[in-house]
Design a protein around this ligand. Structure first.
Ligand code: HEM
Length: 517
């Protein structure tokens, strides 16, 4: 998987790119300098507000080389300690303003939303999202409003979630049963929590989106049948990796004419695989529908209600519901259980809180609000391990202001959710995982926006209710059923990987089934 630094090193070591860069360097310097000069000239003319503090960088490359650490959200947070919660950086030819506190992030997402409502997509995301054809990556326009209404009506809104309840209940039962089987067949041996959870979560994603959880599918264009694991690889894993592919032309749009075949071929292949697998899955369901068997799922709903959408658009939207369900919920549950497994006192506190409310019954979604400590575990995990650490870039389409600074049109905005949720001025000892901080009376127990993890304003996460229901019920049930202990050395495995803050090393724990009293 290419990181920004890998890519830059490749650029800088490639003779062709070097010769282009050297040949055009005078021109480019002039271009960049002239661009800066003109924009600051207009800035001064149009606004009495000052410009945001600037993180110094190199000519042409700007701050790209300083972002060589694989986790830009951490570098952004470090810069916030020096330059304040709002500053600007240069990523090649573009100016990016980075927001690192709840105050300025909310101002951008709520108060100034009308000036910052478009997305700036990388080349990779443009290809993989069929050019903004998803709810999450589209601009705030009529298409967005229509498809958001669709996903809320059939999948993610409160009524839709009630209708999909049976899938979530089956998921928790299966996970609990599979973990019990592993723990009793080989006590003291670590169990593969992620493998079991991920597979069951994918089942919910498929049932909500397509109506059925397929064990395999024949894909004519690939000339073979794919197993469920291969379907997951193509629809989820490859796409998550592809989304962070760095194409250096993103930073130097005026060099777009230079081909970047390696990345383009890889992305086109991923896109092709996704298209043909989605087509095969959808064709299979169309046969079911033609036979008169209707199911409550997003595909059936879109085919009957969304007549203006093309087949390709429907396929991307159905895929969106699959991929968004399949990752962040696992990320949050795994980190919460990681923290609980190494903190016996807090695990015991949660167990007692569950016992107090549920006795020997299993926790259910109806009872979640009666266990404030469980909700606190959820929010503290979202705060410390914010699954989407940086919100997909926004684009300023008319001059605006944030934090009292002038922000000219054309600026990219990076909202560093990780920075907001780890801001020392808002959170005491932010590096500590301390659910008790959310037991404070100032928090409404069922409010989902206690941290910035789900974003804010009109583009806040549409799946927050589903995520809360699944994560909290899973943590609650699994702590009711088992005592969680980390295997030796697990405490140090805090590294993350990828687009979301997925745990680099899957959680390794020993589970001791609790004796039912
Ligand atoms: C713990 C789990 C989750 C977290 C932390 C999370 C976080 C986020 C964030 C930060 C955004 C971007 C907000 C913005 O651009 O301002 C977002 C958008 C979105 N999320 Fe989630 N998400 C989670 C789970 C889910 C799930 C399970 C779904 C289900 C399909 C989902 C569907 C969406 C959609 C459709 C959007 C786009 C909303 C819009 O643009 O109007 N999310 N999410």
């Amino acid at each position: 998987m290419a990181t920004m630094s890998d890519t830059l090193h490749v650029i800088l070591s490639k003779p062709f790119a070097n010769s282009v860069a050297l040949g055009g360097i005078a021109l480019l310097f002039f271009f960049v300098f002239a661009r800066g000069l003109t924009s600051s000239f207009f800035t001064r003319k149009r606004s009495t507000l000052s410009s945001v503090p600037v993180v110094p960088g190199l000519p042409l490359l700007g701050n790209l080389l300083q972002l060589k650490e694989k986790k830009p959200h951490k570098t952004f947070a470090k810069w916030a300690e020096i330059y304040g919660p709002i500053y600007s950086i240069k990523t090649g030819a573009s100016t990016m303003v980075v927001l690192n506190s709840t105050e300025v992030a909310k101002e951008a997402m709520v108060t100034r939303f009308s000036s910052i409502s478009t997305r700036k997509l990388s080349n990779a995301l443009k290809i993989l999202t069929f050019d903004k054809c998803m709810v999450a990556t589209s601009d705030y326009d009529d298409f967005h409003k229509m498809v958001k209404r669709h996903i809320l009506t059939n999948v993610l809104g409160p009524n839709a979630q009630k209708r999909h309840r049976c899938h979530r209940d089956a998921m928790i039962d299966n996970i609990s049963r599979n973990l019990l089987a592993s723990a009793t067949s080989s006590p003291n041996k670590s169990v593969n929590f992620r493998h079991i959870f991920e597979s069951e979560l994918f089942a919910v994603a498929l049932k909500q989106a397509l109506g059925e959880d397929n064990d395999s599918i024949h894909v004519k264009e690939l000339g073979r049948s794919l197993s469920r694991e291969e379907i997951f690889q193509i629809l989820v894993t490859d796409m998550m990796e592809g989304a962070i592919e760095v194409d250096w032309r993103d930073f130097f749009p005026y060099l777009k004419w230079i081909p970047n075949n390696r990345i383009e071929r890889r992305l086109q292949q991923m896109d092709f695989n996704r298209r043909v697998v989605m087509k095969a899955l959808i064709d299979e369901e169309k046969k079911r529908i033609a036979s008169g068997q209707a199911l409550n799922c997003y595909l059936d709903y879109l085919l009957s209600e969304a007549k203006t959408l093309t087949e390709e658009q429907i396929a991307i939207l159905v895929w969106e519901a699959i991929i968004e369900t399949s990752d962040t919920t696992l990320v949050t549950t795994e980190w919460a259980l990681f923290e609980l497994s190494k903190d016996h006192c807090r695990q015991e506190r949660l167990y007692q809180a569950l016992k107090h409310v549920c006795g020997s019954e299993n926790i259910t979604e109806e009872k979640l609000s009666q266990v404030p400590y469980l909700m606190a575990v959820f929010h503290e995990t979202l705060r410390k391990y914010s699954p989407a650490p940086v919100i997909p870039l926004r684009y300023v389409h008319e001059d605006t202001q944030i934090g009292g600074y002038h922000i000219p049109a054309g600026t990219e905005i990076a909202i560093n959710i990780y920075g907001c949720n780890m801001d020392k001025r808002q959170w005491e000892n932010p590096g500590d995982w301390r659910p008790e901080r959310f037991l404070d009376e100032k928090y409404d127990s069922m409010e989902l926006q206690k941290t910035m993890a789900f974003g804010a304003g009109k583009r806040a996460c549409a799946g927050s209710l589903q995520a809360m229901l699944m994560v909290c019920t899973a943590i609650g049930r699994l702590v009711q059923k088992f005592e969680w202990r980390p295997v030796e050395g697990e405490e140090a495995n805090v590294d993350t990987l990828g687009l979301t803050t997925r745990k680099l090393h899957p959680l390794k724990v020993v589970l001791k089934p609790r004796i039912e009293e």
